[in-house]
Design a protein around this ligand. Structure first.
Ligand code: F6R
Length: 244
């Protein structure tokens, strides 16, 4: 769906998240981080504040996190998600589930987290998309059936995320991320993209061939994907309204 602007896209995305949270006795949702999510999470916080939504029975699972950032670093995704959502809603502290990117055995931690997310059977996974077509930190070339693992970030992603750090040199080189195969196990997926810098990736993901070169193209193989765009992100699509 194409919303009139980014704010409206955030509200409609929040409607969908709220509907899933309200429909299940023990909702399990997967959370992305990044600039795209700010409006969505802001709208969800508002709904908790006005009493129309509760996360008290929800368990939330983080998609990914940088390797090597201090536990208190504001850009560690586990902290970003607390500041943008978890600290402002009634999600129980222990119900925010994340990989440990400071584990001494990172490959073992990736296997553990794969098991945790895989056995959780998420009701909804919320996704953003990178300008290079990545989902979570599955960069171009990632196997479409990949599992949670430690990855090396592309230069494009490090440059894109440098805006959150003092300089590009401070952006970590590695991350732990759910794989594409992990993400595709969710019952429903909500992909959100905002802005002209996402237009080509959105077009390639939704209308191009399914290929590891555009990791988000794997979403074409999932039976229940909703796409929420602003007009700028939808600008290169041949049909006005994508998927559902
Ligand atoms: C973050 C994540 C990434 C972002 C993507 C878009 O958890 O998984 O795939 O969703 O890089 O980031 P923004 O929203 O900052 O443009």
């Amino acid at each position: 769906m194409v919303a009139p602007d980014a704010r409206a896209a955030g509200e409609v995305a929040a409607d969908l998240v709220a509907a899933v949270v309200q429909a299940s006795p023990h909702p399990r949702i997967g959370l992305a981080t990044g600039a795209t999510m700010v409006g969505v999470y802001g709208a969800l916080v508002e709904r908790c504040r006005d009493g129309s939504l509760s996360f008290a029975r929800t368990t939330a699972y983080l998609l990914d996190d940088y390797v090597g950032l201090d536990d208190r670093h504001p850009q560690a995704f586990r902290n970003v998600i607390r500041v943008s959502l978890a600290d402002h809603v009634d999600l129980p502290t222990e119900a925010l589930v994340a990989p440990n990117p400071n584990a001494s055995d990172l490959d073992g931690e990736a296997r553990r987290y794969e098991e945790v997310v895989g056995s959780a059977h998420l009701d909804l996974q919320i996704l953003g998309i990178g300008g290079n077509g990545h989902i979570a930190f599955n960069e171009p070339g990632s196997p479409l059936d990949s599992a949670t693992r430690v990855v090396t970030l592309s230069e494009a992603t490090r440059r894109a995320n440098a805006r959150f750090f003092d300089s590009v040199d401070d952006v970590p080189r590695q991350a732990i991320t759910q794989g594409i195969g992990t993400i595709l196990r969710a019952e429903q997926i909500l992909l959100i993209a905002l802005g002209p810098h996402k237009a080509a990736a959105v077009r390639d993901a939704l209308e191009g061939p399914v290929t590891p070169e555009i990791p988000a193209s794997a979403l074409q193989t999932h039976p229940d994907v909703r796409v929420m765009l602003d007009p700028e992100a939808a600008a290169m699509l041949s049909q006005g309204t994508p998927l559902g």
